[in-house]
Design a protein around this ligand. Structure first.
Ligand SMILES: Cc1ncc(COP(=O)(O)O)c(C=O)c1O
Length: 368
C-alpha cells in the first residue's frame, strides 16, 4: 500500500534525540533556544517561540494578539483547532466559506461577515498552499484587523518568493508527525514584534514573569529539548524533503491532467506550495461515481487516500452549540467531494507513477 505519510526519523535526528536523552536535559532548555534561532533564520522571522504543539501555538498567538470577546474571521474548511483554540481564548470564531478551487478563505464571504466587533482574521495556509498574503494584508488594513496566520500545514511555503513565516503578526506551526517538519508533538510561533514574542514566552510558562511571580494566566505549553533537537537536525534535510514534495506534486498534476470529473488543486497567484497535501475534487456527474467510490477503487489498487475534511468546522456539534448554525455551501460541498492523494517526501517517481496509473484505472478503466 502506498501510504499517506512517512513519519520515520533520519539517523542524524535519532542521534540528536539520543544525545539529549543521554545528557539528562529533558525539559525546555538550550536545544529549544537553538531550534528557535535556526527556525527564525530559516523562515526569515525576527522571533520564534517553541511550544508543545500547533494548537498551543494558536492559543499563545490568540491570547497575545486579541482580547476576549473579539470576533475573528477564519475559514470553516480547516482543522478543528483553528476555531477551538479561539473559543478557549474567549474569542468568537466567525466561520467563513472558502474558494472552491484553492480551498482557502474567501475574502468576499469574509467581508460579508464583518461587524463592529470584528478585530481579526486567521487565514489558514491549507495543505501547504499560501493564502494570497497581499490581498489579505490589504483587507486587514482596510478593516483595521489583526492577523494570526495558521501555518500548521505549511512549513516551507513561499508567497511572492518570500517565506510565509516572515509575515506579521504571528505565524503558527505544528510539528505533528504527518507535517512537513515533524518532531512528534511540537509547535512554533514566529513574529516580527519583540513585545508579542515576550508575551507568548510568559504565557507558555503560566504567565510567569519572574520566578514564582505570575502576572497573567497562561499554560504549560513548553516543548522538550528532545523534540527541539530532532527539529534542529531535521531542518538540515527540510529543503530536500520539500523539493521531493514539489516534484511529486508536479508529476501528479502532469499525470492526472484531463481526467473526466477530476479537479486538480490550484494555487493562488504568488503561492509556492510546500504540498503538505495533494487534494483533488471529484465531480460525481462527470466521473460517473463519487469521492468515496474513487477512494475505494484506489485502496483496492494499493493506494491510500484521506479526506481532509469530512466536516466543516461549522458542522461540528460543539461549534453548532457554541457559535450557532451557519450555511457555507462551498465548504459543505468540499467535505463530500475532496480526496487527498499521497504526495509526501517518502515517495519518489516510481511510487507517484503507480498512484497516477491507479487513478487512471479507477476513473477510465485503463492506465495512462
Ligand atoms: C490547520 C491546522 N491548525 C492547527 C493544527 C493543530 O496542530 P497540532 O495537531 O500540532 O496541535 C493542525 C494540526 O493538524 C492543523 O492542520
Amino acid at each position: 500500500m502506498i501510504p499517506m505519510a512517512d513519519t520515520t526519523l533520519a539517523e542524524p535526528e535519532i542521534e540528536a534525540a539520543l544525545r539529549v536523552l543521554r545528557s539528562g536535559q529533558l525539559r525546555q532548555g538550550a536545544e529549544c533556544d537553538r531550534f528557535e534561532k535556526a527556525f527564525a533564520d530559516r523562515v526569515g522571522a525576527r522571533h520564534a517561540v517553541t511550544c508543545a504543539n500547533g494548537s498551543a501555538a494558536l492559543h499563545l498567538a490568540y491570547a497575545a494578539v486579541f482580547e476576549p470577546g473579539d470576533e475573528i474571521l477564519m475559514p470553516s474548511f480547516s482543522f478543528f483547532a483553528t476555531a477551538s483554540m479561539a473559543l478557549q481564548t474567549g474569542l468568537v470564531p466567525v466561520l467563513c466559506d472558502v474558494d472552491p478551487r484553492t480551498y482557502l478563505i474567501d475574502l468576499d464571504d469574509a467581508a460579508r461577515r464583518l461587524t463592529p466587533r470584528t478585530r481579526g482574521i486567521v487565514p489558514v495556509h491549507l495543505f501547504g498552499a499560501s493564502c494570497p498574503v497581499d490581498a489579505i494584508e490589504s483587507f486587514a488594513a482596510q478593516h483595521d484587523l489583526r492577523i494570526v496566520w495558521d501555518a500548521a500545514q505549511s512549513m516551507g511555503t513561499r508567497f511572492n518568493g518570500r517565506d510565509i513565516g516572515s509575515f506579521g503578526s504571528c505565524v503558527c506551526y505544528s510539528f505533528y508527525p504527518t507535517k512537513n517538519l515533524f518532531v512528534g508533538e511540537g509547535g512554533m510561533v514566529t513574529s516580527p514584534d519583540p513585545e508579542l514574542d515576550r508575551k507568548m514566552r510568559y504565557l507558555r510558562t503560566h504567565g510567569q514573569t519572574a520566578k514564582y511571580v505570575h502576572t497573567m494566566i497562561g499554560w504549560n505549553y513548553r516543548m522538550t529539548d528532545v523534540e527541539a533537537a530532532i527539529g534542529c537536525a531535521q531542518l538540515e534535510r527540510l529543503e530536500t524533503m520539500l523539493a521531493q514534495r514539489r516534484e511529486n506534486a508536479a508529476q501528479l498534476t502532469a499525470g492526472l491532467k484531463g481526467l473526466p470529473g477530476l479537479q486538480l488543486p490550484t494555487e493562488p497567484a504568488g503561492s509556492e506550495s510546500s504540498w503538505h497535501q495533494y487534494s483533488v475534487v471529484v465531480d460525481e456527474h462527470e466521473m460517473g461515481f463519487g469521492r468515496d467510490a474513487l477512494a475505494e477503487r484506489l485502496t483496492k489498487r494499493g493506494v491510500a487516500t484521506a479526506v481532509h475534511y469530512p466536516r466543516g468546522i461549522h458542522q461540528q456539534p460543539v461549534i453548532r452549540e457554541q457559535v450557532g448554525e451557519v450555511s457555507l455551501p462551498v465548504t459543505e460541498r468540499l467535505t463530500e467531494t475532496i480526496l487527498a492523494l499521497p504526495v509526501h517526501h517518502g515517495l519518489g517517481e516510481a511510487e507517484i507513477g503507480l498512484v497516477i496509473r491507479a487513478v487512471h484505472e479507477a476513473v477510465v478503466g485503463h492506465g495512462p
